[in-house]
Structure formats: structure tokens, C-alpha cells
Design a protein around this ligand. Sequence first.
Ligand SMILES: [Mn+2]
Length: 323
Amino acid sequence: MDYDKFKPYIPLSETKYPKVYLDVPSFLGSKVVSNKHELKDCDIAILGVPWEGELTWGSWSGCELAPMYIRKASLRYSGYIPEFNIDILEHYNLCDYGDVCIERGNTTKTFKNIYNKVLDILEENATPIAIGGDHSITIPIVKAIVDHGYNPLILHLDAHYDSMPSYKGNRYARCCPIRRLVDEDEVNPENIFQVGIRGPRNAKVQYEFAKEKGIKVYTIWDLRNNGSETLIKQVIDRSKETDGVYITLCMDVLDSSAAPAAAGDPLGLTSYELINILMKIVNKVKLLGMDLVELYPPIDVRNMTSHLAVWIILYTLAATIHC
Ligand SMILES: [Mn+2]
């Protein structure tokens, strides 16, 4: 072995890294891109969306801090996944497109800003990975995916249906995105898979909406009783009628023991189960984009949920690479 060529793994925290703003590093120390035209050299674009709109329970959740915390957690890692001997950074030009400009209290303007940034990424042939933020951000992101010309399969991983008609009159609250995708973004509901659904924080009207529209629902019991292979196979089969998969991931699909900085719903997936499902699907189906939402750093334990979010992104990307 030529030891001169051996480069030891150096955590980004021991090196100089690009910053998105203040002391916040870019995701995985990737190149910071601030205008659309620089995106043309980029394959995967990270986009922070620090938006907390409607509060549907309790007080401020702090989800707007997640883009910062996840980027800081990413300093601990390289792009190398030894189990598969894949280095993501050898295959992809990763870049960080910064944060979407948030217009405090103004959903319309903020959604427009989110839509424009995602469209920038798509128009330069990169894949957007958005870090929320609350779950309403999926509405303008998928709108951009659809307007760009993609017919997506929506893989929605969540404890909750997130398909309320509105919340106190707000149709763009965090509990509404799946219904908006169907009634505004013209996503075929039969191309929507809702996975990990469970628990008494769901309403019967949401169960009925899924049934009436033909949305495919896999509750936690379906996954545990039949294994996840049935789901994986059905998603891969159905994806043949679409242009690829868009993943929207609410962190509470995970059990609260795996993701303490989420809504705190028990009976959820383990981190292994979730990452296994994501990897097996994106290994066979083109990844059109992804969002991670509803991560609340102020209630985290040792930042473990932010670290897990980085792992989810890295393993998902690794599985899209075919050596
Ligand atoms: Mn949820």
C-alpha cells in the first residue's frame, strides 16, 4: 500500500469550512452557492427553510433552528459510508444554497420564496434537499417539482396524515400539506404513499380523505406485521408510472427514543428501519427531491436528532449511487 496516498479522515471541525452565515457552516463543508448560475456545477443542493408558520399545539417549536443545527451537526462527518465503500463526495458535487428568505408571519410571500429557490435548483438540473421548517414547506416545494414538469410519486413518512382541510381557517398550516398537494398541486393521490401513520393525534376526517382519494397508507402496524418489503416493492412498482420519488419526511415518523427532538409520538420506526426503507427505494427509483421537517432543536438530547438527520441524508444519497 502506498501510505503517502493515504488521507486520514479529518472532521470538518478541524479544518476551515465555508460558512452560510455567521458561524454556521455549510452542510458537510460543501460549496456555498448564492446565485442560481453557480448551481450548474452542482448535483445535489441543500436548502435551509427556517419557517415556522401556524402553531397547532402548544408554543413555538423551534423548527426554524433545524437548518442551523443540522449543518452544525454535519461538521462531524465526511461523505464516506464504509458499509458500502461509497464516498458521496466522489460521486456528487454537493452544494449549499443557503436559507430561503423568510417573511415573518407572511405565508404567501415565504411560499413564493421557497418555490423560487427550489425551481432555481431544478432548472440547473440539481436535486433539492430541503431542511425545514414545519411541514407546510412541502406545499411550495412540490409545486415547484410539478411546475418543473415532473410527475412525482410522493413518499410521505410521518406519524400523521397531515391532511387536515385547514387549521383555524389557515389552509397552509403544518397539518395540511398532503391535502393541498392533492387539491392544488395536482399530484395524483394514487401516487401518494403515507408511511408510519399512527396514534391519537390524527383525525378521522384524515383517514377518510386517504380512503376516498386512494392514497396508499401503511400504518406502523402494517409495517410491523408484514415487514417493510411489501411497501418497498409497491413503491418501486408504482414509481414506473411516475418520473421518480419525492420524499417528505416528518421526523416524528421515528420513535421518540430515536428522535427526541420531534413531536414525541411513541410506536415509531427505528432509525435502522427508516434508513433501510429509504435506501432500498432510492436505489431503484430516481430521487426527485427530499425534505426533512419538524425537527425541534430546543428539546433535543445531545443533538442526536440533528445528527440522525445528517445520517438520513447521507445514507439516502449513498443509495442513489450505483458503482
Ligand atoms: Mn408529523
